[in-house]
Structure formats: structure tokens, C-alpha cells
Design a protein around this ligand. Sequence first.
Ligand code: HEM
Length: 355
Amino acid sequence: MTTTNCLFGDTLMTHPHRVYADLRETGPVHRVTTPGGTPVWLVTRYQDVRAALTDPRLSLDKSNAATDDSHQPSMPSELDAHLLNMDPPDHTRLRRLASKAFTPRRIERLRDHIQAHTDALLDNLDGPPVDLMKTFANPLPMAVICELLGIPTDAQSDFRTWTNALTAPEADAAVTSQEAMKQMYHFLATIIETKRTKPSDDFLSAMIEARDAHDRLTEPELIAMAFLTLYAGYDNAVNLIGTTTLALLTHPEQMTAVRNGRIPLHAALEEAMRWNALFPLAARRFALEELTIAGARIPPAPVYGYPSPQRTATGSNSRTRTSSTAHAHPHTSPTATASTTASARPSHDSKVKSP
Ligand code: HEM
């Protein structure tokens, strides 16, 4: 096992794929010391990460942290009662209740609105050149997620300010991440209270209503679930629009194939997510006991999966896919700890090529 600090250097920002490749090639497990001095373990290869995500000895619950992990990236403690901080059976219960509200029918009903938002934003683009992130990639996901949750349009810009303060805090930001979290918490608690008495046809109202026998979501779970949906859904979608557009613009032959329908859009998106991992560092787990991963002994400590995409045909990461006939590997499922879901299914398309 090697020890590295490369996750905190400038090279990760300037040449992320070189850093990922080095990590995979030099070993399947690395010991990393965070800037705060906490040792964490990094698992780098796809099969090991997949196996780790379903290993019950690795807990999501941060109360199982054996070391002081307080400086690690983490959701605020007021919002801890969410899926990314829970193990079964609580995870299973919450997931079951939330999925009663998060139905394909509800998402389908948003289709026309999403198209209308998209068309309006595109019509208003003033260029070239345009700042795609500012004028399109940022506002669209926020509008969609607020609409999904049932958050009024006039609150969307506050939500964007708060979410940006939490995901990408800047020294000169209008609010600090602490203030943003408090304001968002207060806003969500108030709106949930309102929807209790005046429900409407939205995800938040449906989550308030969701029942399973005698069970239902508690108040902290409702607030944390609303927060997680917004937080997880917004940032990833913004980055997906940005990185996919860049990948297609720099690979015009793939752009043409997507435009003329030779590559179905869903397959292009699946591959774009694999090729340019938006979230290469899977959520942390905590080893509940000493365990061995890929031959490396890991003590009770935070463990991070780093199943970063491999872009060349050489090497040992089984996610490599460079030929047009290779089978797709599923990207690491966001829900691998709970169940096998659509995101863990292989793509059916065999024509899409890595850009
Ligand atoms: C668009 C690209 C997206 C990517 C790359 C992505 C990635 C991820 C990852 C890596 C995890 C955590 C996996 C783990 O360590 O357990 C996760 C969990 C989650 N994400 Fe996403 N996500 C995306 C979009 C969204 C959207 C649009 C929403 C909601 C509208 C969402 C809601 C969630 C929720 C609720 C969880 C927790 C699931 C569970 O534990 O059962 N994500 N996602």
C-alpha cells in the first residue's frame, strides 16, 4: 500500500486524469493524510470500489467515524438525517418512503415544463460567445429541481446562492456556507410546514404524505431529504451539462453522431458520465472493523472509493471502453449500498465511443 497526498495538490486541478491514472497504476489502495491530519484510505480500482460499496462492514453513517473526521467534506449536522448518512435498515426505510414520492410519473409530468425552460434559456442566449455555465447550465437544473420539489419560482435565486455557497464557497460570496445552510434549513422547514396544511402536486407534498404501514418520514428526515435532492441533483446536473458540452465540442464527429441520431442521447449521456466522472470521489464509508481490500489491511477509518474513468486502452481498470463494439460497463451506482437500480444497468447501446 502506498501513501499519497496528491489529492490535495494543484496537479489534481490541472491534470485530473493523470492523477487518477497514477493512483490506479501505483496501487489499488492508498493511505492519504488529509490537510487536517486524518488518515483516510482511498480505493482506486473499479471492481474493488463496486465490491466495497456493498460491503456491510463499510458504513455510511458518520457517527461510526473512528477518528475525528470533522474537517472532511460533509453535510451539515442539522441535515444529517438523509440517505447518504444512513445504513440499512434506516436507509431501506427512507428509500422506500422517498421512492413513493419520486415516481417516474411525477418526473414525466415535468417534461413539458423542462422543455419550455430549456427553450426559453436557449432563446435568450446572447452570442456567440456565450457563458454556457452562467446562462444555461446553472439556471436550468435549479429551475427543474425547484419545480420538482414545489419551491416557488421567486425563491430560486436564493436557493442558487445558498447551494453555490455550500458547493463552491468563495471568499467574497454573499453568504458563508454556515449562513447558507441555516437559511436553507429555515426555508425548507417553513415550506414543509406550509405544505402540510396546503399540499400541492409536488415531490415535497408527496413526501409529507408518503406512508408505509404505520411509518412515515420524520420532520428532520423530510427536511434532510429535500435538502439532499436539491443539493445532489443541482450540482451534478450543472457539471454534467458543462462537461458533456465541452466533450462534444472538442469531438465534433461524436457531436455529429449525436445530432443525427446515430448515437442515442441516453447512450451519449451515459458515456459522458463515465468518461468525465462528475463525482470521481464516491461518498465516504467508515470501516466498522479492520478489513482487507485488494490485499491491503485497513483499520477502522474513513474509506473513499475513487472509481475514476480510464481513458486509454491500457491498464487494469475494468471500466476501460475505447472500442465501438465493447460492452458498456455500468457507472458506479449512486445507490449501490441499497439496491440495484436503473443506474447500475449496462447501457444497451454498443455504438457509442468514448470521445
Ligand atoms: C447527473 C448526474 C448525477 C451523478 C453523477 C450523481 C452521483 C451520485 C453519487 C456518486 C451518489 C452517492 C453514491 C454513494 O456513495 O453512495 C449519489 C447519491 C444520490 N443522488 Fe445523485 N447523482 C446525479 C444526479 C442526481 C439527481 C438529478 C438527483 C435528484 C434529483 C440525485 C439524488 C441523489 C440521491 C437522493 C442520492 C442518495 C441515494 C441513496 O443513498 O439511496 N442525484 N448520486
